[in-house]
Design a protein around this ligand. Structure first.
Ligand code: GLA
Length: 394
């Protein structure tokens, strides 16, 4: 964590609350290498934490008020523990309120505190700024009240906040990645059992780097489009119980590749096309994790491109802008693979590129993209970082 960011946040805390913070937590955003829209289908995902993060400074109060201050926007969200109401849809305060409500409802002994937040995870870009806010707040409260909460338990609680309080039916990937990631590794999570382990991501040794490109396009009503996909997957399970004569089918994780491939030829059958994406994507994640164990980035790149096509054609969550970014990237000899990352419907692509050519990416990919679409794209060079960390300041 950069000392300058902590100092600036501590100064903002003192200005707002008239006293210094007692501790600070830092939770990163994440990028998903592969495994998209499979976490809520009991699948496998392979994200890692990025350099961009949300910091949350805290100090206890002697009453039951929570006063949260967003230093970047100079905005406040103030509430009492006994009556945690929702703010307007999309308000940052809902992530804070949701986490506090989820901790309270889970029976954790908490009381009032002052919080100040700052972050540099771009919002709405598919890099999980919301999970970073949730996890940093939960990490702050765990320290502040000495809560008995494991790391996976903390991630699950943040997911519950997002599902129940914010109202987005997201899976567990983002919160898990923000809490449990490690430097130089991607985090393989089995979203059915929640078993997770580091998979080596030895990019530098292979002369490679990961580039995130923000298409500069955000879709309004992303959460309702996302919830629609969840519903379609649930429908697919019900249909497949019938079609495959497998009444015991619990989720798309239980469908084999052969079954899915045979079923989804009918291009008009939306739930079955969604199922084909999910089943094939889970297989690609398993193959990608194996490829990374042997530093086979050519294979990783191939799987990433297949993932993008499947998200575009079967899952229908890409956009013309993301497709163009991926097409421009994969046309370059120094790009191993590229795909949309996160929920889709706008946001970012993730590309694996030769490190010494990362500069050419701006000329070969970003410039023609901007010329053809009129949108401004932003690129970030990134590498895997540690998940949630916390410090005592006094
Ligand atoms: C969002 C959700 C995640 C996951 C991805 C798609 O980021 O929060 O749970 O479903 O979309 O893979």
């Amino acid at each position: 964590m950069s000392a300058a960011r902590v100092d600036a946040l501590a100064a903002a805390f003192r200005r707002e609350f008239g006293r210094p913070p007692e501790g600070v937590s830092e939770a990163p955003g994440r990028v998903n290498l592969i495994g998209e829209h499979v976490d809520y289908n009991d699948g496998l995902v392979l994200p890692f934490a990025v350099e961009r993060s949300v910091l949350c400074a805290w100090a206890l109060r002697d009453d039951t008020a929570v006063r949260a201050y967003a230093a970047d926007f100079d905005e406040r969200s103030v509430f009492a523990l006994g009556a945690i109401a929702r703010e307007a849809a999309g308000a940052w305060g809902n992530y804070v309120r949701g986490v506090v409500a989820a901790l309270r409802d889970a029976g954790h002994a908490i009381s009032g505190l002052d919080l100040a937040l700052t972050g540099d995870v771009p919002s709405g870009a598919g890099l999980s700024s919301s999970a970073a806010v949730e996890v940093s707040v939960a990490g702050a409260l765990r320290d502040a009240f000495g809560l008995a909460l494991s790391d996976p338990g903390l991630a699950l609680l943040c997911q519950r906040a997002e599902n129940e309080f914010v109202g987005v039916q997201s899976g567990i990937m983002d919160q898990f990645a923000s809490v449990l990631s490690h430097r130089d590794a991607a985090l393989l999570v089995d979203c059915r059992t929640l078993a997770h382990r580091d998979v080596p991501l030895r990019l530098a040794r292979a002369g490679l780097a990961v580039v995130i490109t923000d298409s500069g396009v955000r879709r309004a009503l992303l959460s309702s489009a996302y919830n629609d996909r969840r519903r379609e997957c649930a429908e697919a399970v019900i249909r497949l119980r019938d079609v495959l004569r497998r009444p015991e089918l619990a989720s798309l994780r239980d469908v084999s590749l052969d079954e899915a491939a045979a079923l989804a030829d009918d291009s008009d059958d939306v739930p079955l096309r969604r199922a084909r994406h999910v089943v094939s994507e889970i297989a690609r994640v398993a193959a990608a994790a194996e490829a990374l164990e042997r530093d086979d980035f050519t294979m990783l790149g191939r799987l990433m491109v297949e993932s993008h096509l499947s998200l575009r054609d079967d899952y229908a969550v890409s956009t013309p802008e993301l497709d163009l970014l991926v097409a421009l990237a994969t046309a370059q000899p120094y790009v191993a693979g590229s795909r949309l990352t996160g929920a889709g419907f706008g946001g970012c692509t993730v590309s694996v590129v030769q490190a010494d050519a990362a500069g050419r990416f701006a000329r070969d990919v970003v410039a023609p993209y901007e010329a053809r679409t009129g949108h401004r794209a932003t690129t970030y060079l990134t590498s895997p970082q540690d998940g949630l960390r916390t410090w005592r300041l006094v």
